[in-house]
Design a protein around this ligand. Structure first.
Ligand code: URA
Length: 209
């Protein structure tokens, strides 16, 4: 069963409160999603492997540590996931970025993939799939399925706000995927919105309605 990590750092919680507020406009919303994504990237990279290197400081030779060069990939789910990418790249600028686009089939109501572009060395990379909202879990599950189909083996899922329903679906469908969230909300409403949530993340990020 995938673990669920809730990042309860005060800075993340403070910024998330402003993100949730309906009076927060597009510019500030976008900037804060970017900042929270950076803060979450700091936490999610906690287990990156290190290697010992020898360096020369101005004072003496020293044993020091650097990242062991693990290859990372960030995969936003279109379109709202795009709002989280730059914030993550600030901390891990060498990561490659793939994209997964899904639409909801009007007959089955199930997400269907319409666009997938991933780095060519999928099998060698660890991936972070990002979407601000984990609502029903349908898109996250399908996006992760798209990655696995193409050879990805090590995947984490990161979002700002999750509903318990979505967490359950994702854990059931992908028990090997750990879930990283800034807040676990109460429930989904009858329209599929997370309650209390923050509204439509894509519309608020891009100023559309
Ligand atoms: N997607 C959103 O953008 N918001 C929700 O509340 C649920 C899904």
């Amino acid at each position: 069963m995938g673990k669920v990590y809730v990042f309860d750092h005060p800075l993340i919680q403070h910024k998330l409160t402003i993100i949730r507020d309906k009076e927060t406009g597009t510019k500030e919303f976008r900037e804060l999603v970017d900042e929270v994504s950076t803060l979450m990237a700091f936490e999610i990279t906690r287990d990156l492997p290190l290697q010992e290197v020898k360096i020369q400081t101005p004072v003496c030779e020293a044993n020091a540590k650097t990242l062991a060069g693990k290859k990372l990939g960030i995969v936003p789910i279109l379109r709202a996931g795009i709002g989280m990418v730059d914030g993550i790249l600030k901390l891990i600028p060498a990561a490659k970025v793939g994209h997964v686009g899904l639409y909801r089939d009007p007959a089955t109501l199930k997400p269907v993939e319409y666009y997938v572009k991933l780095p060519s060395d999928v099998e060698e990379r660890d991936f972070i799939v990002v979407d601000p909202m984990l609502a029903t879990g349908g898109s996250a599950t399908e996006a992760i399925h798209s990655l696995k189909k193409r050879g990805a083996q090590n995947i984490k899922f990161m979002c700002l706000v999750a509903a318990p329903e979505g967490v359950e679906v994702l854990q059931e469908d992908h028990p090997d995927v750990d879930i990283y969230i800034a807040a676990l909300d109460e429930k989904l409403n009858e329209k599929g919105y997370i309650v209390p949530g923050l509204g439509d993340a894509g519309d608020r990020l891009f100023g559309t309605k």
